[in-house]
Structures are given as C-alpha cells and as structure tokens.
Design a protein around this ligand. Structure first.
Ligand SMILES: *[C@@H]1O[C@H](CO)[C@@H](O)[C@H](O)[C@H]1NC(C)=O
Ligand SMILES: *[C@@H]1O[C@H](CO)[C@@H](O)[C@H](O)[C@H]1NC(C)=O
Ligand SMILES: *[C@@H]1O[C@H](CO)[C@@H](O)[C@H](O)[C@H]1NC(C)=O
Ligand SMILES: *[C@@H]1O[C@H](CO)[C@@H](O)[C@H](O)[C@H]1NC(C)=O
Ligand SMILES: *[C@@H]1O[C@H](CO)[C@@H](O)[C@H](O)[C@H]1NC(C)=O
Ligand SMILES: *[C@@H]1O[C@H](CO)[C@@H](O)[C@H](O)[C@H]1NC(C)=O
Ligand SMILES: *[C@@H]1O[C@H](CO)[C@@H](O)[C@H](O)[C@H]1NC(C)=O
Length: 861
C-alpha cells in the first residue's frame, strides 16, 4: 500500500507546485494508512479556488493553480468565481461551495489511474451569484470515458447546493471527466473528487427481484448514489466514515413511524464477520449500531410492515443494499422477518443468526430492482415479521442504500450515450425484436395484406357528407374568439402581399402552399353548399371540398372579418407555412380574393379525436390505439416546442384540435392562437385558450410559457383515460372539472371510478401507472414542476410498451398453458401453472423453459 502511495505522490508532484503541500499531503496520506483503507487514486480539487482548502475531516482539496495540468480546455479564459465578491450569499456548510470554475467551451479533466477498479466521482455544484455569469442558467452535460453522468444538467435552485456521487468501474489508465456546455450556454463546477473505492465495496452479483434469481454484471454498470440512509440513527458525516460517505437519517422516508422504534447500542459493540468482505468499509459501525424495529408488535393486530419509501427516476434499474444487524434479540435464532421491495418478497424468513452466527454482527444484502418493476417513481422497502409459530414478532433494518444503475446508453441521466447517440426505449430492444420477428412477423404480413385490401375497398367513393359529425372541426368554438363586426379584410398584411396573384391560375406559391383562385374554391365546394359543411366554428364554416384532380380537402372560410379573425387567420397561415411535420395538419393553400379568407387543408378523414372518445356512435378505441394517438399528438407538440426554427407554443391543445387521418394518425391542428415563445422563456400576453384546458398558472400570472401547453396536454390525457367532457356543468360541483376531479380521485386511490368503464379491464396496471404518473406531473400547479414534452413522449411510449408487453405475456401465458396441458396430460399438477409464470420457472419442464426464459428476458430489462 505505502509503496503505491509514493508512486502516486511522484505523479502528483508533476503538477503540485508547492513543495510544502507535497509534504503536507504525504503526511496526510501516511496518517490515513492507519485506518483500514487508503485510496490508490486520490484527486481532490476545489475548483476556482486560489489556495488549497482543508476540510474538517482533514482532507485537502487542491487549488486551480495546482491542478492546471489535469485540465485541457480550448479556451484562454479561465474564470474563477468567488463568493467573497458578493456579500448576499447564504452561509454554506462546506467551504468547497464558495468558489466555482466556469467553462464556456468543452473542457476535460484527465486523471492518471494507477490501478483499475471502482472510483468514487463526487461532484459539487452551487450556483454562486456573480455579476457576469448567471450560474442558475447554465445547462451542461458531464461525462466520463464511457458513461454519461449528467445530461443537460442545470443547478436552477440558487439556494441549494447539488451534490452528486457516482461509483464508476474504470480500467483505462487515463480517466477523463468532460464538461460539455449546451449550445450558447456554459458549464461550471465547484469541486471534484476522484478517489478509488475498495474492490470489495460492490460485488458483481446481487439478488434480482423480478423474476427472483441471481443478478450478475454489477461491475459493468456505473452507479449513482441516490440515497444512503442510517436507519434509526444520527447523520454520519464524511469525517466519521472511512470512505468519506454521508449517511442521512431515515425520519423523512419512514412512512409508518407510529409503528417504529429507534434502537441503538454502543458503536464498539458491533462485530464484523471474521472472514469475507464485510468490513467497516462496507458501512461504519455506527450504521449497524442503530436500527428501527417494530413497536410492540404483539399488541398491534394484524401485524404490519416497517416501510420506507424513496423517490427515484423511472426508466432505470436500481441497486438496493439493506444493512442488518441484530441488536434487539436476547439470544440467537429468535428473529425471523421478511424483506419486501416494491411489494416483491426479496427474502423470506431472514434469520440473521444463521447468517452471522452471533448477535450484534453486521450483515447486508444487495437487491436489483429492474426498471419495469418501478412504475410509480418510487421504491418501497419493507420489513415485516415472518409468520412462524416460534420466535418473536419483530423486524429490523439498520441501513438502506439506493443506487441508480446506468442504462442501455451507459448513461445515468437521459438516453444519450457518450457519443451523443440516442439509445432510448422507442427503438425496440433486441430480445423484443427477435420475439416480435419470430412470433408475429408472419401474422403481421398476412394482416397487412388483408388491411391493404380493406383500405382499398373502403376508399371507394362514399357519401361522406351524410355523417355530419364534426361539431367543431378545425374551427373550435371559443366565445372569446367569436367574430361579429365586419372590417376590411384587405387591410391584412399577410394577405395583401398576394394581391398580385389573384388573377393567376392557382400556381403562385407562398412557401410550399398553393394560391387557389376563388372560382376553384366555389367549384370544389359546390358554391359553398351547406350540405358540404363538416364543421362550424367561431368565425366560419369548414367545408369538404374536392379539387379538380379529385383530391379531398378541408376548406375553412372566414364568414366575417374582425381584427381578431384576421389576426388568427394570419397567424395560422404564417405558422403553418413554416411548419411541416407528420403530426401537424398541413396547409395546402389559401385564397384571398374578393374579400374572402379561405384556407385549404389536407382532409382528415377520421375527424377530431374527441368524437372517437365520447358523444358519438363511432367504434370504441382500444387503450393501445388511444396511447398511439396521444403519442402522435405529443410528437407534433414536441416538434412545435423544439423542432421548428422558433419554439412555438400552441396555446389551444385539446382533443378537438387533434385530428385523425384515415389511418388514425394524429395531427395537431388550429394554430390561430399559436405564438413563438422561446424555450424556457416567459411572455406576457392576454390569456387565451379553451375552458377546462387552460393552465391555471398562466391564467393567474398572464405569463405564457411552453409549460401551458403541457398542462393542456395533461387534461387531454385525462380526457382520453376517462372519456368524458373536460367541463360538465350538470355534474355535482366537485366533478365539473374533469382534471381536478380525476386527480382528486387519484389521491383518494379510487381513480378506477372515473376511468372509461368500457376499456378499464383491458388496461395493464403498469401501463396505467406510468400514464397517470405523467398526466399528474403535466397537471402540476406550477409550470416548473411539469415535464417537458419530450419527457411526456417518453412516458407515453413506455406506457404503450408496458401495455404491449402485458398483452404479449398474456398471449404467452395462454400458449404455455396449452403446451403444459399437452405435455402433462397425465400429470395432475397442471393447475399450478396458471398463476404467475415467473414463480414457476424452477419447476417447468425443458419443453417450456425456453418460453419462460423469454418472459424472464422481458421482465429483466
Ligand atoms: C470492472 O472491474 C473489474 C475488476 O475490477 C474488471 O474485471 C471488469 O472488466 C471491469 N469492467 C468494466 C466494464 O470496466
Ligand atoms: C438567472 O437565470 C435564471 C434562469 O434562467 C433566472 O430565473 C434568473 O432570474 C436569472 N438571474 C439573474 C440575476 O439574472
Ligand atoms: C467522529 O468524527 C469526529 C471528528 O473527526 C471525531 O472526533 C469523533 O471521535 C468521531 N466519532 C467516532 C465515534 O468515531
Ligand atoms: C429515529 O431517529 C432518527 C434520527 O434521530 C429520527 O430522524 C427518526 O425520526 C427517529 N424515528 C423514530 C420512529 O423515532
Ligand atoms: C457512534 O458513532 C457516531 C459517529 O461515528 C456518533 O455520532 C455516535 O454518537 C456514536 N454512538 C455511540 C453510542 O457511541
Ligand atoms: C408486508 O408487505 C408485503 C408486501 O407489500 C405484503 O404482501 C404483506 O402482506 C405485508 N405484511 C403485513 C403484515 O402487512
Ligand atoms: C416443484 O414442485 C413440487 C411438487 O410438484 C414441489 O414439491 C416442489 O417444492 C417444487 N419446487 C419448487 C422449487 O418450487
């Protein structure tokens, strides 16, 4: 150990300029050798600081000047911020947060790694106030050689420091930490630790929870420490932990404190097993010396569980380590309890005496909970008494650690890998691909053929006009948007520029749109025949038209012209001529002759989404179909918010503005109220929108942000789930507003009562969970709590996949059952297989174990 330390110090001397510091460091390292672990790699940097900083625990963080050789950056400008410059800063617990370094270009720290293995990466962020840099507005990513640690991260809360801790397995000799500012932004960092962790800390395997079994390959994933809790005991600060970890108390996570009792013994009485990897490095004795156990378990009937809940990010698997130490029993073999994680029994009748052969001896167990088992955005850890006749009725836990595991993209934040490639869930994973190919390809091909024949058959001319079912097609009704007074339409700039074209023959272009002569409009609609009206809106009618070449189009004709009407027409024309996307209704052309305002759109055969949800006799849309339509609409919105040259806020998202073409592809329409609002900006404007969908925050503050669309989209999601009007004045008062009512029912855990009863049985609970979770976030009171549309899109796709998986597993179940029935005709055990397939794996025959492993693959993702 000591020899290696000297080697490191020689390396360090390359960049350490002060000799006294070397001595200091050397002495410090020697002192550390007395304790049980001295790291091979030990880089501590107090970024932006002009002098080394010593913490209370003795560790010394180097200054910028001493670490310049580690940093490679293209910029000449090295900006250091110091809190001393601004007096208004709140007093910070750690001196490390008082200085920061700003990077305006990609910049990389490179660390020499003498021995491969796990490294702690600890990053300290605090947005110090500074006159020239607004650190709360910085957006940047942080990545290592192989893993993305932070993606488009922002420390937006200017009074809370952000501390991030990672465990990364490194086998390269140079480990790099790259700071990548987002375009037109910059990055900052207050302090960095890159320190080796003992090899014994995380082993390669753990208990997999769904399906129950062994998980292998932990060494290959990067970990982010999400929670480290000293259950039943005090905060443990880095100075009292050999590996400089911080352990928080469990008070805020314990959801049943009425049934819990804190218990503690002296730190010294804790023993560690003589052999094996369990040493004080795993957790200091003060973690094991305190615990929570059950309060008077015998008098509480029925028995209960001790429960802790932590919030986590869905879409990731988590490593959960639970520490146990029997400090409550008087003798061996008295304490038996079960351990559950998210309701799954991880260990049944855990007997600590059997594991440790002594009381007050440390023990821990690792579990891996895969992303599929985390549907509500939280992990619930429970311990409860085993139902055995002997022993005491009690359960205990001493510590809980929760670590996020890197995903397919080798990322701990988002779905972009180090090289910037998207590896998110929408690209089907291999196993599912194979599964789908083998199982479904043939069926799909035949169905496609059939469908094509069907579509051709349906496309034959039909009298469309007879089902006049579009109540407000393309021209949704807003009382505020009624047009009554007549004013000169010709004064509109947007249209006057085309005056010269009015005698042309329909060939002049504005963007890709055609200019239509009014005569052609008359012809297409049979002189605006009332029988051709397919919708009536605030300021005009929508007609079904047929162009000369037979193309069906929707023709929107302004009936009068007020300033408001002209403005909306102009906005719609301007917006739509800039936008082109599969999920936005496209404008084919316009006509501005003879004081007419006419817009010509592609014809959407299936009309507005709303009429497929309720209030019509149209066929029922399945949950899958509804999800697909929501996904389509979200894609359209995503394009508006992020894809176009300017970010655009739609301002009138609702189910009547989501139209469906003949293949039920969703397209967002009606851009009459849309406004270019830069991402994350606020624009003061008069409140417009539709009742029931209007963002309450926008209403209150008159500040428009993109998050207002997210709120409206949340209402759409609820409407899709419940299939009733968003405002229904005839209902009892609290039920009038659907979104409020559904969320209230959700909080009372009776959401089922408002879900569309026609499809409720077919919705997979997991899918529903993800869907409701994202809808709830969309409906957050405050815009900043609402997700981005990209996030919404991700969750909807995830919900669809969960639904598909549930359907496939159901089909598979039926298949298995038929195989089992065939194979075990003379065996009476058949009935046992109708239950949970995963729990039967060990008893399955060879013939169907292949099928079972498919299921396992599915869930193990
Ligand atoms: C992780 O570390 C172990 C040993 O420390 C090594 O065998 C393994 O290859 C490493 N894995 C990766 C992905 O670096
Ligand atoms: C810094 O930026 C944030 C977010 O962009 C903004 O809310 C804040 O007002 C800005 N602060 C200053 C001092 O400009
Ligand atoms: C905790 O750390 C402080 C400061 O290093 C030290 O004085 C104290 O003895 C430690 N306590 C234990 C129980 O190790
Ligand atoms: C146990 O102690 C911790 C730390 O002092 C505290 O946060 C928690 O609320 C206590 N729990 C109970 C059930 O008393
Ligand atoms: C055990 O150690 C922790 C810190 O290491 C300290 O805070 C606590 O007071 C100690 N408890 C006892 C009972 O000595
Ligand atoms: C403890 O929790 C598990 C899983 O959530 C549950 O199955 C079990 O019934 C609970 N035990 C008691 C006694 O409530
Ligand atoms: C397998 O099934 C037999 C009865 O058919 C049962 O006794 C045994 O416990 C089962 N094994 C497992 C691992 O479930």
């Amino acid at each position: 150990m000591e020899v290696e330390n000297k080697v490191i110090i020689v390396k360090l001397s390359n960049f350490v300029s002060s000799l006294s510091l070397i001595l200091h460091l050397f002495l410090f390292t020697l002192a550390k050798c007395d304790s049980s672990f001295s790291p091979n790699v030990n880089y501590l940097i107090d970024c932006g600081s002009s002098h080394p900083t010593q913490l209370k625990d003795g560790r010394i963080f180097k200054s910028d000047r001493e670490t310049t050789s580690l940093l490679s950056t293209t910029e000449d400008l090295h900006i250091s911020l110091n809190s001393n410059l601004s007096p208004s800063i709140p007093s910070l617990s750690l001196p490390l947060y008082q200085t920061a370094r700003v990077f305006q270009e990609e910049s990389t720290y490179s660390f020499y790694i003498s021995k491969s293995g796990r490294l702690w990466i600890r990053l300290y962020f605090f947005p110090l106030p500074d006159p020239s840099f607004n650190l709360t507005s910085a957006v940047f990513s942080v990545q290592t050689n192989h893993h993305v640690l932070l993606h488009e991260f922002s420390a937006w809360n200017n009074d809370t420091p952000v501390f991030k801790e990672y465990l990364v397995n490194v086998s390269d000799s140079i480990f790099s930490l790259e700071f990548k500012p987002k375009k037109n932004s910059f990055a900052f960092i207050n302090a960095i630790e890159v320190v080796s962790a003992p090899d014994t800390l995380i082993s390669d395997s753990a208990t997999a929870l769904s399906p129950l079994g062994e998980f292998k390959g932990l060494l290959n994933s990067a970990l982010e420490v999400s929670y480290r809790i000293n259950v039943g005991g005090p905060v443990i600060t880095p100075d009292n932990d050999t590996l400089s970890r911080t352990w928080e108390t469990d008070g805020s996570y314990n959801i049943f404190p009425q049934g819990s009792v804190n218990v503690s013994v002296s730190n010294k009485s804790i023993k560690y097993p003589r052999t094996g990897i369990l040493t004080p490095l795993i957790a200091p004795n003060s973690v094991y010396a305190s615990a929570v156990h059950m309060k008077d378990a015998r008098v509480m009937e029925p028995n209960f569980n001790l429960s802790w809940v932590v919030n986590v990010e869905s879409g990731y698997s988590y490593l959960i380590r639970i520490h146990f130490c029997d400090i409550v029993s008087k003798s061996l073999n008295r304490l038996y309890f079960n351990v559950y994680i998210n309701g799954i029994e991880g260990v049944s009748s855990l007997d600590l005496s059997l594991q440790t052969k002594a009381l007050a001896t440390a023990f821990y167990k690792d579990f891996v909970l895969n992303a599929f088992s985390i549907t509500s955005g939280s992990i619930l850890v429970q311990v409860g008494p085993a139902n055995l006749q002997h022993g005491m009725t009690d359960a205990i836990a001493n510590g809980i650690e929760v670590m996020k595991m890197s995903n397919n993209a080798d990322s701990l934040d988002g779905f972009f890998s180090v090289d910037g490639k998207y590896k998110g869930p929408s690209s089907p994973t291999k196993a599912i691909k194979i599964f789908a190919c083998v199982g479904i390809a043939l069926a799909v091909t035949t169905m496609l053929l059939l469908a094509m024949i069907c579509i051709r058959w349906k496309k034959r001319p039909q009298d469309w006009e007879t089902h006049n079912r579009f109540s407000s097609w393309l021209l949704p009704f807003h009382s505020a948007r009624m047009v009554s007074s007549k004013s000169s339409f010709r004064s509109s700039n947007a249209f006057s520029s085309h005056k010269s074209n009015k005698h042309g023959h329909g060939v002049s272009q504005k963007g890709r749109e055609r200019f239509f002569p009014f005569s052609e409009m008359l012809q297409a609609t049979n002189n605006f025949d009332e029988k051709k009206v397919i919708g009536i809106g605030g300021f005009g009618k929508v007609y079904l038209g047929t162009l000369e070449d037979g193309t069906k189009v929707a023709i929107k004709r302004g009936s009068g012209s007020s300033e408001q009407g002209i403005n909306e027409f102009r906005t719609e024309l301007e917006m739509l001529s800039k936008l082109r996307h599969r999920h936005l209704v496209s404008l084919m052309g316009f006509c501005d002759e003879n004081s007419e305002m006419v817009l010509v759109y592609e014809y959407m055969a299936n009309g507005p989404f709303r009429s497929h949800l309720y209030g019509s006799n149209l066929p029922l849309l399945s949950w899958e179909k509804r999800l697909e339509i929501c996904i389509g609409a979200a894609r359209g919105l995503h394009y508006l918010h992020t894809g176009a040259a300017q970010s655009i806020t739609h301002r009138d998202v609702k189910t009547t503005n989501i139209l469906l073409d003949e293949n039920y592809v969703a397209k967002v329409s009606d851009f009459g109220l849309s406004k270019a609002v830069p991402e994350k900006a606020q624009v003061s404007t008069a409140v417009k929108g539709s009742l029931g969908y209007l963002d309450p925050e926008y209403y209150r503050t008159q500040q428009l942000t993109q998050k207002s669309d997210i709120y409206s989209f949340g209402v759409v999601l609820i409407e899709v789930l419940c299939a009733r009007p968003v405002i229904c004045p005839t209902l009892p008062r609290e039920e009038i507003n659907l979104a409020d009512w559904a969320m209230a029912q959700h909080r009372r855990r009776v959401l089922n009562e408002v879900i569309d009863p026609r499809i409720i049985k077919s919705i997979s609970p997991q899918s529903l969970n993800v869907f409701v979770q994202i809808a709830e976030r969309c409906l957050s009171d405050s815009g900043v709590d609402r997700p981005s549309v990209g996030d919404v899109l991700w969750h909807l796709e995830y919900a669809l996949r969960l639904q598909d998986d549930a359907t496939r597993i159901k089909e598979l179940d039926e298949k298995i059952e038929s195989i089992v029935t065939n194979e075990c005709n003379d065996n009476d055990n058949v009935a046992g297989h109708s239950g949970d397939p995963a729990s039967d794996v060990s008893n399955s025959t060879d013939a169907n174990s292949a099928l079972f492993s498919q299921i396992a693959n599915f869930q193990g993702r």
